[in-house]
Ligand binder design. Sequence first.
Ligand code: FEO
Length: 396
Amino acid sequence: MAVREIKQGIYSVGAIDWDRTLFDELIPLPEGTSYNSYLIKGREKTALIDTVDPTKTDILLENLEELGITHLDYVISNHAEQDHSGAIPAVLEKYPEAKVVTSAKCMEFLMDLLGVPDERFIVIGDGDEMSLGDRTLKFILTPWVHWPETMVTYLVEDKILFTCDFFGSHLATSDLYASGNYEVYTGAKRYYAEIMMPFRTMVRKNVEKVESLDIDIIAPSHGPMYRDSKFIMDAYKDWTSDEVANEVIIAYVSMHGSTKKAAEHLADALMERGMTVKVFNLSTADIGEIAISLVDAATLVLAAPTVLGGIHPSAIYAAYLVNALRPKLKQIGIMTSYGWGGMAIQHVQNCVTVIKPEIMEPLLIKGRPGKDDLERIDSLADEIVKRHETLKIHRR
Ligand code: FEO
């Protein structure tokens, strides 16, 4: 990524990863990502806010050279995950005078993950400040805006909040700033769903903790920056609220068409009853798209056939992911078609032990859905509508 000046003496020096398609060998990245790193020159001291993924170390070091940085005082580490910390050892080698400034917990992680020696650290606490001469860094601990050690750094005079993963998005874009358009909103929501949703309560508390700051720019370490901090904070408040949307996700896998027919009939029945429905074929769906839907939906219906003595493995994988992402689902419905054994329900129940949604009465269909089965699916739609009427529904 080219070096770009954000304000006098403040530069974007990170890297765009246009090609990356997968994060943590799990999360699809349809829009690539970026590892934003920021250089701040104060009158007396110079600080680097986060680094980059180890695969992009050369770009960061070249950018610092381009700016003529021969002396670096501080590397601020907001988060120990390697996509932001991975280049710290190389930066410390190039700038032997530099110290890593971070929380005690993050220091522990960086020592374990990267072998950074303890004499290279300056440990700060919540609310501590550090002067660069004419500029002041204020550190705010915001645990669980991905990992337990995460923090944000506020540049007081310039009113810039450097948030690392918090408010980020996996978007490879040449735009320095978010435009507030649909693509940016969806990118941020996908990111929230995949990275932040499991820690929803802590994330909400951390939004409350930083929203009183006077902020001109939110500068995350993935995706574009925000001039309109209210845009992204309001979105986070919405996503982390306890309210659900009047939406049903139907996630199905079908081997010979029976479950697909059941899933499509349920979708039609719900739509006829005025519900918003999102249907995903688990064989082909992008799990990120399912995660986005899980941010708001009140109900998930898993539909899968019985195979190999249990429910189809794709349904188990989906249930496992749902449990790990901890959405605010109120209930899960299960439809399964079977040929000669209908013992699949327990497998799904065993996967959703953390979120503990109510498991609705399962619907077992022997073979291809007949007239009676379709009527039972209509009754399931009625039941879902009835349950939604009792919920605190978010009206957008
Ligand atoms: Fe972008 Fe949790 O690292």
